[in-house]
Design a protein around this ligand. Structure first.
Ligand SMILES: C[S@@+](CC[C@H](N)C(=O)[O-])C[C@H]1O[C@@H](n2cnc3c(N)ncnc32)[C@H](O)[C@@H]1O
Length: 418
């Protein structure tokens, strides 16, 4: 089902029920006005309005979100089925796999033994601690820099292998991820897959990576196997195949709306705080804006950095135990000190353009809980009419273990300002 599929990229939360209600509110406005989703994420609201035929412009600062939007909202081709993708992907996949298997032959054999059922948990932990990667090894950091700068042969593809192995993924899985990406790029550039089809394959690959990762519900950290139970959990994740997973995931994906509707949509990758001249230059005109901004510091992009890096495939440096890329998005909207001014910037820009704003924000957010801002009053400074048509109980993922419980109760509010 198109409306449910994008939830499969984990860690983004399930926004589909709320999206349906928001889409109902948008119906109140002239259908000639496009919907501009300023923080599109996994496109749940754009998906929910797709049946109405209203054009959508979806923006998100992250490149993996752009990939998802581009597939779901613009693609003219459907995801390739097995009969098309397997022959298109197999030759370059095998070639890349062969080279990486040769380079890491000994390490792959050691991992196979450690992942096998019944092996020693302490030996598994030791191997994990000893593993060298771009973030803790000078030679590998140098190799990543050379790949980044293009001063060394780019084949075989090896970003995940030298950056994330024995962390978020096993070594064999990382080798498979790189080989799959090499195969998708080769099939796309040789014309064995169309550009759209190659994009669908990258989307499916990210979805699979989210599913097979040995991580506690986000990519800010990976499971370290502190207990025997945790080692078992990692082992079971490590047995999952990236090749099979990607092909399975491809068969679950489909675009939203009609081909004609998708031809008229736009996808942008801007910082919402500075997007306004771009929207003007592109001739947006009067529009309905939807904003579902990050609402807590937990939404810092370190929670999504692996997806971003796998989509960009740019061999970044790897910082800290989480092996983060250094240029992660760090928006004032996710900081207690910056959120109020940043929200004002958005309200001001929309009211100057005589736009309608639908703003989603939960009861547990920085503005609401931490700063105690009266959002209706704030919106009233910029708009003539403000209402709060949606106030619904919901559950949010706590994005990991720090809070104890995996989910917490919140109230989702949506304000309508015009
Ligand atoms: C709460 S999520 C939105 C979820 C979305 N409504 C959905 O259906 O999946 C916030 C999104 O805003 C993006 N983001 C955060 N700060 C941003 C900024 N300054 N400009 C543009 N996008 C931003 C994040 O990458 C994330 O995808």
């Amino acid at each position: 089902m198109p409306t449910e599929q994008a939830t499969r990229i984990r860690y983004m939360g399930n926004k589909f029920d709320l999206a349906r209600e928001v889409a109902g509110l948008i119906e109140r406005f002239d259908p000639a006005r496009p919907l501009v989703d300023l923080f599109g994420g996994m496109c749940s609201v754009a998906g929910a309005v797709s049946g109405s035929g209203r054009r959508v412009w979806v923006n998100d600062a992250q490149n993996y979100a752009r990939l998802v939007a581009r597939c779901l909202l613009q693609s003219q081709d459907y995801p390739p089925g097995r009969e098309r993708s397997v022959p298109a992907l197999t030759p370059a996949y095998r070639a890349n796999l062969k080279e990486l298997n040769a380079r890491f032959e000994r390490e792959l054999a050691a991992e196979r033994r450690l992942v096998a059922a019944g092996g020693s948990a302490s030996a598994f932990r030791q191997a994990q601690e000893k593993w060298r990667h771009v973030g803790n090894d000078r030679q590998l950091a140098h190799e990543a820099r050379a790949l980044r700068d293009g001063t060394v042969e780019s084949q075989p593809y090896r970003l995940a292998t030298i950056t994330f192995a024995w962390g978020y993924f096993g070594l064999r899985q990382a080798v498979e991820i790189d080989s799959m990406r090499a195969a998708i790029d080769a099939a796309g550039s040789q014309g064995d897959l169309s550009e759209d089809e190659a994009a669908w394959c990258r989307f499916a690959l990210l979805q699979t990576c989210s599913r097979v990762a040995s991580a506690p519900g986000h990519f800010a950290q990976f499971l370290t196997g502190a207990t025997t139970a945790s080692v078992e959990r990692i082992r079971s994740a490590r047995r999952r195949s990236v090749w099979d997973g990607t092909l399975d995931d491809l068969s679950t994906l489909a675009p939203f709306g009609t081909k004609r509707w998708r031809r008229r949509n736009r996808v942008l990758t801007c910082d919402t705080l500075t997007i306004w001249p771009t929207l003007d230059a592109e001739g947006l005109g009067k529009a309905v804006f939807y904003a579902d901004p990050p609402y807590s510091k937990e939404q810092y992009s370190r929670f999504y950095h692996v997806l971003e890096t796998l989509e960009l495939y740019d061999y970044p440096e790897a910082e800290g135990t989480g092996r983060y890329r250094p240029d992660r998005l760090n928006t004032p909207l996710a900081r207690k000190r910056g959120v109020l001014d940043a929200t004002r910037t958005i309200c001001g820009a929309i009211s100057e353009r005589e736009g309608v704003l639908l703003l989603s924000y939960p009861s547990t957010g920085l503005l609401t809980r931490e700063l105690g801002v009266d959002i209706s009053a704030l919106l009233g400074e910029y708009f003539q009419k403000v209402e709060m048509p949606i106030s619904r109980p919901s559950k949010h993922s706590t994005l990991g273990a720090r809070h104890g419980a995996a989910v917490r109760d919140v109230t989702e509010f949506v304000w309508l300002a015009q």
